[in-house]
Every structure is written in C-alpha cells, then in structure tokens.
Design a protein around this ligand. Structure first.
Ligand code: FES
Length: 505
C-alpha cells in the first residue's frame, strides 16, 4: 500500500499543528513559521536547530560535523538539512521575532488621503497605515523579510544576489511581500486602496538596492560603495500593487552600508534640527551610526556581529519565554530574571550584557575578558551558563560599536561627554540596561544622555510621508551635510578596536 501523500507536523512551543506534503523541505515549511536560517540553509551555523520530540529525522554527516554528539543524542537536528518524510513533533530553538513598531506622536502638516510607512529590515518588516489628515495610525502589520531564507545578514544576502539571477529573485520576493503587507493593512482598516496617496520605504543600503533594482555588485567588494542616485520614486502599479493613486518612494542612503533607515532615524530624533551635538546608533548586526548637528554630520557602519541578538552565543536565544533577559548583582551573587518565570533555556542579548556587567562587578570576569578563575564557563542559572566564547563574542560586538563611535567623535573633534543625546535605536537599543551598557564599555557617555529611541526608522518613514513637495531637494541638502567615514581606513582603527574590546576596570 502506498504511503499517504500528507504528513502531520507539530511545532513546539507555539503548539502549531498542520499537514504538509510528504517529503517537503523543513526549511520552506519552518520559514513560514518565523524560523530563520542564518547561513541561508548551508549547514554552517547551527542557527536552525530543532529537537525531534516525536518522529524521525535522520542525521546526515554534515549535521554530525556541526552538532555535538550530546546534541545529536538528545534529538537535535539542523532543520535546513531535513525533510518531512513522516509525522513529526519538533521543538524550535527559535521562533517568531518581536518586531518593534512605533506609536509616537509627531508634528505634521495635514494632507489628503492615506499613507503607508514601511521599515524594511534585513530580518523583519514593520508597516503602518496612516490617515494623512490626522497622522493617526489606522493599522499596523509586521512580518519577516522573505529574503531571510537566503541568509540572515546583509553580506550573505549580497552573495546570494550576485549568483545566478539572485538579485532578480530577491527583488521579486520583497516587492511581493510589501505589496501583501499593504493589502493586509488596508483590509484590516477596511480602507479603500484608491485612497492611498503616499508610501515611504526605508531600509539599509542592501535592502534599498535589492528593492529598487539597483545593482548590488559595488557593495560586494572594497570600497563597498553604494549607488548615489537619490530618492527612488515608483508608481504602485509598476510594482504590481493595486493602489491606483499611490506614489511609492524609497528614501536615499547616506553611503556605503549606511542606509535610509539611518536617514529616517536622523529625521526622527531629529538630529538634522539640532544645534547641539547628538548621536544615533543602531545596535544591529550591521551597526550604523551618525554623529553631528544640523550643520554637519559624520556617519559610519561597522560589522558588529549578531551577539546583541543572542546569536552565536552558546545558549543564545531571542527575548522569548525561557530566556534570561536580565541579571542583577545581589549580595555579591548574580540573580537572573527569566522571561515567563519558568526554567531558563537560554540567554538573550540584554541578559548577556547584564550577565557580563554583573560578573565584572563581582570580579568573576577580568577587564581582559578572561574568566577570573581560569575556567571556560561560569554557571548563571542551571542549565544556562556563560562561556568564555560568549564573552569573546560580546567583546567583538561591543568593541566594534564603541570603536566606531569613538572614531566618529574624534574626527568630529569631540569627547563622549560632549554629546547632549545618544539615541540607541532598534529592538536591542530599546531593551538594553543603560548601566550595564556603560559597565561593559559599549557606551561611555553619561547615562542621562543615553536614550532608548525605539524604531526610529519607522518614525522617520512616517514623518517623510508629510514632507513638502521638493522632497528630493531636501534630501539632497541633508545628504550634502553628511560625510561617510570608512572606519577601517582610519590609521588607528585596529588599535582603537583592540582597546575597545577590553572592559573598563
Ligand atoms: S545550519 Fe545554518 S541555517 Fe541550518
């Protein structure tokens, strides 16, 4: 008798249960449930681990190479290597990201019709539908960037785009997804698509090039130059979206890997109106930053790696149930807070920063980053522990950001104490404990000038919906005031980076 053509899949901890075609690739199925494939499914990163609770997923030699024998014995597998050949119950090591939207009020000049603002991130998308006469948000939608199945970070996206029609494929995927997001927004607000007049999209340089159809090739090699072609304007119709009166604008980038998400952040903070020295830092895998006043700005980007997001950390995970998200020192010991108050299953970015800050405080970690007792790991709350490798990953990430900011301030001719405001944007910037960030030396400005700034890219995209007619001219003027600094070209970069990798004593 032939086997049924469908098999049943159960996903934990979300409890989702559904049927799929027998033999379907788990990468395709799980991606739709919020699972990321950091290395693009090439069996190189372990980021897609799943544990088989019921059923059978065979181990292949490539999985045995990456997973420890203990993990294999406990049922852990790489989802990117597996197919649903029979009924399966799987525990996912990661699940859907919390995407940061924005609900702050701002000054605006009323306009007719509706507008849509989109923050196009490397991993996630956030979009809002606004009434342009009141600036009221009528609907919010968030989702995953469908390109993420081809790699989690911008450089793996660039390498996919460079191979065999990759750029066209990535362009089609993201245009379809944003069109779908717009349709969902309109449907949930019961709004007429013909009422949409404006749509603004912001994103990093790679997202910009991939959406706009600008060749990604110059971003694939030194000196990593972005195309300097200003505001990109489309009609919704040419993008295949059914909003007959909508103009779609992708805001311009600042240069190299500093994109229009940072330009939007400048509009949001608003750094471009400030007479006093301010900074905006996006603490992402690609750390982007800008320092300046309304007259002059310097910007840069730095590869910080994914440690702040809990990735490449031995028991790293998202800020979700079971994550140690905060650690405090009480009576000379580390006290861990676990999301959901249950048994811990991992450590998220804010917990990692707190744990290292606390361990420095009680002398368990030395300023060099070594564990004081010479061990290779220290327990946090069983079974979660902090390893020497985790501390090293954090040093690399915080060193890259701190060195970037230090060089920008130096080139400006200022000290960290001269900043009147330091805005930390992005999800991680919102949740990080500022005292811990100072303790590990990620930031050295006084705590009171450091502000969690939320999703500044989305707020800036919303503000841009209301900009006056000669918007292109306004962006040109703004971009003339911004100079891009190639950090690695600074003769002192290496020395500063190494210094910044140490922790303050
Ligand atoms: S090992 Fe990287 S996505 Fe599967």
């Amino acid at each position: 008798m032939s086997k049924p053509s469908k098999v049943r899949l159960r996903l934990q901890p979300m409890g989702a249960e559904f049927e799929v075609a027998r033999g379907a690739a788990l990468q395709d199925i799980l991606f739709a449930h919020g699972v990321e494939f950091p290395c693009g499914g090439r069996a190189r990163c372990k980021g897609c681990r799943v544990r088989v609770i019921e059923g059978d997923l065979p181990l292949s030699p490539e999985q045995e190479k990456l997973l420890s024998p203990e993990d294999c014995a406990a049922g852990w597998r790489l989802a990117c290597c597996g197919r649903a050949e029979g009924n399966l119950t799987l525990e996912l090591a990661q699940w859907e990201a919390k995407v940061l939207a924005d609900d702050r009020a701002f000054a605006f000049v009323p306009r007719d019709g509706l507008g849509i603002a989109v923050d196009l991130g490397t991993t996630t998308l956030a979009a809002q539908l606004l009434d342009l006469s009141t600036a009221n948000v009528l609907a919010v939608r968030t989702g995953l960037n469908p390109q993420a199945r081809y790699g989690a970070d911008i450089m793996s996206r660039v390498s996919h785009a460079m191979a065999d029609q990759g750029q066209a494929r990535l362009e089609r995927l993201i245009r379809e997804e944003i069109g779908k997001l717009a349709r969902d927004l309109l449907r949930s607000a019961k709004a007429d698509p013909s009422a949409v007049r404006e749509m603004t999209i912001v994103g990093n340089t790679v997202m910009h090039h991939l959406f706009c159809g600008v060749s990604i090739e110059p971003l694939s090699h030194y000196p990593f130059e972005a195309a300097d072609d200003g505001l990109k304007v489309f009609s919704a119709a040419e993008l295949g979206w059914e909003m007959p009166n909508a103009r779609v604008r992708f805001l311009p980038c600042f240069g190299s890997f500093v994109g229009s998400d940072i330009l939007a952040g400048v509009l949001a903070t608003p750094l471009h109106d400030s007479v006093e020295l301010m900074a905006l830092v996006d603490l992402g895998t690609n750390g982007e930053m800008v320092v300046g006043t309304r007259d002059r700005m310097l910007c840069a980007s730095t590869a910080a790696g994914p440690a702040f997001e809990g990735a490449r950390i031995s028991q790293g995970m998202r800020a979700a149930t079971g994550a140690i998200s905060a650690v405090a020192v009480k009576e000379g010991r580390l006290e861990c807070h676990v999301i959901g108050d249950g048994k811990p299953r991992g450590l998220c970015g804010s917990g990692l920063v707190d744990a290292v800050a606390g361990a420095l405080e009680i002398g368990k970690i030395l300023p060099s980053g070594r564990l004081a007792d010479g061990a290779m790991e220290m327990p946090l709350r069983a079974p979660v522990r902090l390893t020497q490798g985790d501390i090293r990953e954090l040093q690399l990430a915080k060193g890259a950001i701190a060195a970037g900011l230090r060089i920008l301030l130096q080139q400006w001719g200022a000290q960290p104490g001269d900043l009147t405001a330091l805005h930390l944007s992005g999800a991680f910037g919102n949740y990080i404990n500022r005292a811990s960030a100072r303790r590990i030396g990620l930031i050295s400005s006084p705590r009171e000038v450091v502000h969690p700034a939320g999703n500044t890219a989305l707020l800036g995209a919303k503000k841009a919906l209301f900009l006056a007619e000669d918007e292109d001219g306004a962006y040109r003027e703004l971009r003339k005031k911004v100079r891009h600094i190639g950090l690695s070209e600074d003769p002192n970069f290496q020395e500063i980076y190494v210094e910044e990798m140490s922790f303050p004593s």
